[in-house]
Design a binder for this molecule. Structure first.
Ligand code: AMP
Length: 409
């Protein structure tokens, strides 16, 4: 399912393409239409699920398709400087082909940063992402105007409340026009968040987009590996005597077909399943897998959610899935009911950042196993933001961005 169905402005579709996003994540599917519809929202959402783009895309779309002036239209309040920078970078990527101006406002940094922020706030920016304390400091000076503000986002609201920002947040909100769209995101739903939401949001839609984590009884292991070592490792793992039922997941159907051929050639009893097969054939493949008539099922994500096969010994992620939810669904195919299970993930260099995002979502690192000696060394595990690499030349960061902001004005 592509982003096209949201009928977003072409300039945003270009931005989405340049970020390398092919399909919306489940959260984006749920949230984008509701925000475009103008609804207030409280959402349980965790980092790693694509929630940032889920609120940025509809907000930017609404701003660029309405009359343009220099006033602040959207305010995003976040707990930390790092999150403010991250959101602002996401915004620069997604909105690169639009005329939107954005400004991160956060504590720390040298004194002249405060002055630059002040200047930019006086000029106005379409979207301001701020930490509560820093915005309070600017508000006290009296030059910030929110008179045309239409959208308020609180991100990681539970964390902000834990950090004691309740009064700051409420004070900032007291400066905003009453008529606005409120979008509140929180990883958990403690009572204090609910009571804040009651005061801030107007008849909000409640969305639960948090994902459940895989049960502890599943042994999760990562293999950091070069692409040309993957097939050999797969065959090596599948040769373990005790295995009766294994699903090998890969993201692309061509890869599923090719791997299945390789495994068959090597003597494994294996079938593939993907969207090129008609429903009847898929059902047959799944039934024979359920009945343990073949040991390996090489699958794309079409089976990661639906199938309920007991006693799967091992899940192998031949590549790292694009989002955390797919990972959890894939891994959740093993250790159903009372049985134990294991999930191995092959992590090549390009997938390291994706995997590190998944680890963040799981709340802990997945242990990495040494490759068997005959394969030689794999790469080091050193995840780097994909975004930074891809857009290094195109975009500015930190203080340079403020200069860009002024150039735009
Ligand atoms: P977030 O949950 O917003 O922190 O996003 C987690 C990661 O997923 C970030 O690196 C995003 O750039 C990436 N991401 C967000 N939406 C998509 C998508 N539709 N397809 C692929 N990656 C995405």
């Amino acid at each position: 399912m592509s982003f096209k169905k949201f009928e977003l402005d072409d300039r945003l579709i270009q931005g989405i393409d340049s970020m390398g996003f092919e399909n919306p994540t489940p959260i984006q599917e749920q949230v984008i239409p509701a925000i475009l519809d103008g609804k207030d929202m409280i959402a349980t959402a965790q980092t790693g699920t694509g929630k940032t783009a889920a609120f940025l895309l509809p907000i930017v779309n609404k701003i660029i398709t309405t009359k343009h002036d220099d006033h602040i239209k959207a305010l995003i309040i976040v707990p930390t400087r790092e999150l403010a920078i991250q959101i602002d970078q996401n915004l620069e990527g997604l909105a690169y082909f639009t005329h939107i101006s954005s400004l991160p406002v956060y504590g720390g940094g040298a004194g002249d940063l405060f002055l630059r922020e002040k200047k930019a706030l006086i000029h106005g920016a379409d979207i301001v992402t701020c930490t509560p304390g820093r915005m309070q400091a600017h508000l006290k000076m009296g030059y910030v105007s929110f008179k045309d503000l239409k959208y308020l986002v609180l991100d990681e609201a539970d964390r902000m409340l834990d950090m004691g920002f309740y009064d700051d947040i409420m004070n900032i909100i007291s400066h905003l026009p009453e008529k606005r769209q409120n979008l509140l995101f929180s990883a958990t739903m403690p009572d204090k968040f609910r009571s804040l939401a009651k005061k801030v949001a107007n008849d909000p839609l409640e969305v639960n987009i948090a994902i459940s984590k895989p049960p502890d009884k599943i042994l999760q292991v990562g293999f950091v590996i070069y692409d040309n070592q993957k097939v050999s490792l797969l065959k090596h793992v599948l040769n373990a005597k005790h295995l009766k039922s294994v699903i090998v997941f890969c993201s692309k159907k061509v890869m599923a077909k090719e791997l299945n051929r390789e495994l068959k050639k090597a003597g494994f009893s294996s079938y593939d399943i993907h969207s090129d097969l008609d429903q009847e054939t898929r059902n047959k493949v799944i039934t024979s897998f359920k009945n343990k008539q073949h040991m390996v099922l090489v699958a794309t994500d079409i089976v990661s959610r639906g199938i309920d096969v007991d006693d799967i010994d091992l899940i192998i992620n031949y590549d790292v899935p694009s989002d955390g939810e797919d990972y959890v669904h894939r891994v959740g195919r093993t250790a159903r009911a009372e049985s134990k299970g294991a999930a191995f993930t092959f992590i090549n260099k390009e997938d390291q950042q994706k995997f590190s995002n998944i680890e963040k979502l799981l709340g802990k690192p997945v242990s990495k196993a040494k490759l068997p000696e005959f394969l030689g060394e794999g790469p080091a595990y050193d995840p780097k933001p994909e975004w930074g690499k891809k857009h290094k030349k195109k975009f500015h960061s930190g203080t340079k961005k403020h200069k860009k902001h002024f150039r735009k004005k």
